[in-house]
Design a protein around this ligand. Structure first.
Ligand code: 5GP
Length: 179
């Protein structure tokens, strides 16, 4: 694939190659297989961005595991509740389950900070976060990421499931906005 790609009106250049991503996905899967050797984890993949990562990761999980896919909808609540995040499609009971959230990217940490308490409320036995990417420099709400692929600078990326205005998800590597 060319090292430059046009997505809508913007040019993107290669940032993480397909093989580099795959190696990291394998490393994360191995770590999860070891840590959950005698457990039956429930993966919750957050759509849309994580679908490719979740698919590649889940194929490499060898412990008995379930996966479900949810969408997060964000809306403005009352003044006291502030930003409210609801999960669409969360049809499993998390009580006493070992839950692993699969995210594409943690940026400011706002989304997960708003959403995690709702999951905790269901009293899972454990709750861990797995994210392919993390923009540490953009952190507003610190999130503990238990399984992380890549720490990246505060730049806009597309590909491998991540989009720019809906496009670019089908790129098989991660590309950054070219300046
Ligand atoms: P946070 O709430 O952590 O600021 O935002 C997380 C969400 O913002 C991600 O799940 C993703 O949808 C979106 N996001 C943050 N940074 C990027 C980026 O560089 N590229 C794309 N495509 N989405 C991003």
């Amino acid at each position: 694939m060319a090292s430059m790609e046009q997505v809508l009106d913007k040019q993107f250049k290669s940032y993480l190659e397909k093989e580099t991503i795959q190696t990291e996905v394998e490393r994360i899967a191995n770590a999860i297989n070891t840590d959950y050797a005698d457990k039956n984890p429930l993966f919750i993949a957050i759509l849309n961005g994580s679908f490719m990562f979740a698919s590649d990761l889940f194929k490499l999980i060898h412990v008995p595991a379930e996966i479900c896919f949810i969408k997060l909808a964000s809306y403005r609540g009352t003044q006291s509740t502030g930003q409210v995040i609801t999960a669409i499609g969360l049809d499993r009971d998390l009580f006493e389950r070992d839950v692993i959230i699969i995210e594409d990217i943690v940026d400011t940490g706002k989304t997960l900070t708003a959403f995690l308490p709702q999951l905790q409320h269901q009293q899972p036995r454990s709750l861990r976060i797995c994210s392919l990417l993390h923009k540490k420099a953009a952190t507003v709400h610190p999130i503990q990421i238990d399984y992380l692929g890549f720490e990246i600078p505060d730049l806009f990326v597309v590909g491998y499931g991540l989009d720019y205005n809906g496009f670019g998800r089908n790129l098989n590597k991660i590309m950054q906005l070219a300046d």
